[in-house]
Write a protein that binds this ligand. Structure first.
Ligand code: GLU
Length: 376
């Protein structure tokens, strides 16, 4: 199968590793390289693409700012180094993207933010809002609070989770290697680059080896893990070298890289997850007007809900039924059951007054809703 082209993707997550961002000998950010990458990002952005960045570098930058000696850091040392480095990292991204008149929005996530559904929905809607405002979310793990048990530790898998959370259709891992080789290329001169991986088989996993550089935690192993997460959720992934200037432009021009193809599409995959893998925790019964609106692709508003059953929490899956109790679809509900009960049948301004907070306008957002086929 031939490789896809960069221009065909609408929402792209770009993961930048520490070893690309930081010159380990000087302990400084590679400013001109980063400016060139920002120019590539600006180009995609100007082309109407949604771009998200997952940037490593907090620990490495903190380390150099604090002039810490070489060698492994203890957990509390890397947490403290990250606290210093992350401020600097955010500033750098804000500057390089700002030079193209693009706002950068920092998001620091922990494992729970991507695994626990309620928090997942929060992070997802923040990302959606930033993209709607045409800002570029710049994401890293919150290394300062993440302890060993609750951290990703590598931004490859984190980036894959972010890509699926944002329903991105492409994840680009910029690395110090230009793709996946049949064997670790340093040790094996006959190793050849694999341009397209159609599915991550055991054979592909075996090729990963354990390439780890001094600054980054992720070797090929975590990249293959990332490929599994991404491609299962409908996101294509590619590994390309970030050692050259304008690495995204190089990919667009057909440069060397490895594509990992997903058989699914991210929106369909997410909807399948909502419809099939989640145990519904309750039921919303809606009026005929809301049924028609949902079938026309709209969100479910509190005003259309006539009955609330079950003990669900915000972010849980619920079944949506029409006035005749026929199942219309399933979705992730934006309110807890008791709040849903209070606001059912009410217009949006009333919802604000009843709850005394500015909640979400929708009971179920259309992106979180899967509608079944109409009867008859
Ligand atoms: N989150 C870590 C940092 O910013 C990087 C993890 C990685 O290198 O993958 O320093």
């Amino acid at each position: 199968m031939s490789s896809p082209e960069l221009k065909n993707f609408r929402r792209i997550v770009i993961k930048v590793g520490s070893s690309l961002l930081i010159d380990s000998a000087k302990g400084e950010v590679r400013a001109s390289w980063l400016a060139a990458l920002a120019a590539d990002i600006a180009r995609l952005h100007a082309d109407g693409r949604d771009v998200l960045v997952v940037s490593s570098g907090s620990i490495a930058l903190g380390r150099s700012k604090l002039k810490l000696p070489r060698g492994a850091l203890k957990l509390e040392e890397s947490q403290a180094a990250a606290a210093v480095g992350q401020i600097a990292l955010a500033r750098i991204w804000s500057e390089v993207l700002g030079a193209h008149d693009i706002g950068a929005g920092q998001i620091l996530v922990t494992l729970q933010d991507t695994e626990e559904r309620r928090r997942y929905l929060n992070a997802r809607s923040t990302i959606a809002k930033l993209l709607e405002w045409r800002a570029v979310p710049v994401i890293n793990e919150n290394d300062t609070v993440a302890t060993n048990e609750i951290r990703y530790g590598d931004n490859d898998r984190l980036a894959a989770r972010v890509a699926t959370m944002a329903s991105a259709d492409l994840l680009v891992l910029l690395s110090d290697i230009d793709g996946l080789y049949t064997a670790p290329p340093g040790a094996n001169p006959d190793a050849t680059l694999i341009p397209v991986v159609e599915s991550v088989t055991a054979e592909i996993e075996a090729m990963a080896g354990a390439a780890e550089s001094e600054l980054s935690r992720g070797g090929m192993y975590t990249k293959i893990e990332a490929a599994k997460i991404a491609t299962t959720a409908g996101t294509h992934m590619l590994i390309a070298s970030g050692k050259i200037e304008h690495p995204l432009q190089a990919i667009a021009d057909g440069g060397r890289c490895t594509w990992f193809l997903s058989p699914a599409n991210p929106v369909t995959a997410r909807k399948r997850w909502i419809a099939g893998s989640l145990e519904p925790k309750g039921t919303l019964t809606i009026d005929a007007g809301a049924v028609a609106a949902l079938r026309a692709g709209k969100s479910l508003l509190p005003a259309g809900v006539i009955r609330v059953d079950g003990a669900f929490a915000r972010g849980d899956a619920v079944v949506v039924r029409g006035p005749d109790t026929h199942e219309i679809g399933r979705g992730l509900v934006a309110y807890d059951a008791d709040h849903a009960e209070q606001i059912k049948g009410h217009s949006s301004p009333e919802v604000m007054r009843i709850l005394g907070i500015t909640g979400r306008a929708e009971m179920i957002h259309r992106d979180d809703l899967v509608i079944g086929a109409a009867p008859g």
